[in-house]
Write a protein that binds this ligand. Structure first.
Ligand SMILES: Cc1cc2nc3c(=O)[nH]c(=O)nc-3n(C[C@H](O)[C@H](O)[C@H](O)COP(=O)(O)O)c2cc1C
Length: 221
């Protein structure tokens, strides 16, 4: 499968990039075709007033590498590994701009709107967050944002790894071993079971059993 790792921190050798590298290592070990990019090489502009700045053909008028990133790297990928430092309890601004600007490329007036909207769906997404605070609430907002934006895009959020560190590379010293957890997430990107049950979802009472050993769907647990 094709995997794209997006590092969004301005610190290329910082903590979130270290998490991304670990996840990439895991995905490579699992035999996937993996590519890594730094967002700063493509995205310099922020979303503007689309009605004013898009071209006559509806194409985004911001002249940086966003379209190249989206069409050549994001669109073909089956899974995205997205790494961010925690900034003010959210994702960093450049990554937020990446998501904001999807608006322009998925709108009905964009020449690639239909293609991009279709291609974004079905991707598996792993989120990696580096931050200083170990307080659990610090990352809840950004984790919820990943959950909601993947839901909106019909994607599967397969996992979130939070690594604690502040100075460059310090995440490697986090005793909760986020680098190992990121590698594991990368390795199991396409195997991780993601459920979104509703009351009436037909299902067995066994999660991991084989179909032969599983109880009938209507059996109570
Ligand atoms: C602008 C800015 C805002 C930050 N905000 C937070 C924060 O709200 N909570 C936190 O725990 N760490 C915060 N940090 C610390 C970084 O998340 C932390 O140093 C992280 O390891 C940086 O990752 P990086 O090396 O990938 O850039 C902030 C750092 C910067 C530069």
């Amino acid at each position: 499968m094709k995997v794209l790792a997006i590092s969004s921190s301005p610190r290329r050798d910082g903590n979130s990039s270290a998490l991304a590298e670990a996840a990439v290592k895991g995905a490579v070990e699992a035999g996937h075709e993996v590519e890594s990019v730094h967002l700063a090489d493509y995205v310099t502009g922020m979303l503007d007033d689309c009605r004013r700045c898009r071209g006559a053909d509806g194409a985004c008028g911001i002249g940086d590498g966003y379209e190249r990133l989206l069409m050549d790297h994001v669109v073909p990928a089956d899974a995205l590994i997205i790494a961010t430092p925690l900034y003010w309890y959210g994702m960093n601004g450049r990554l937020k701009s990446f998501f904001d600007r999807l608006f322009c490329y998925t709108s009905g007036s964009s020449p690639v709107g239909e293609e991009v909207s279709a291609a974004l769906q079905g991707k598996r997404v792993a989120a990696l967050i580096a931050c200083e605070e170990s307080y659990r609430g610090a990352t809840l907002g950004v984790e919820a944002q990943f959950q909601e934006l993947t839901r909106y895009l019909h994607q599967e959020l397969v996992g979130v790894v939070v690594g604690i560190g502040n100075s460059r590379g310090e995440v490697a010293s986090d005793p909760s071993r986020p680098l190992e957890r990121a590698a594991d997430l990368g390795r199991r990107l396409f195997e991780i079971r993601v459920t979104d049950y509703r009351l009436d979802t037909p299902r067995s009472n066994r999660v991991w059993g084989s179909p032969e050993t599983a109880a009938p769907a209507d059996e109570t647990y």
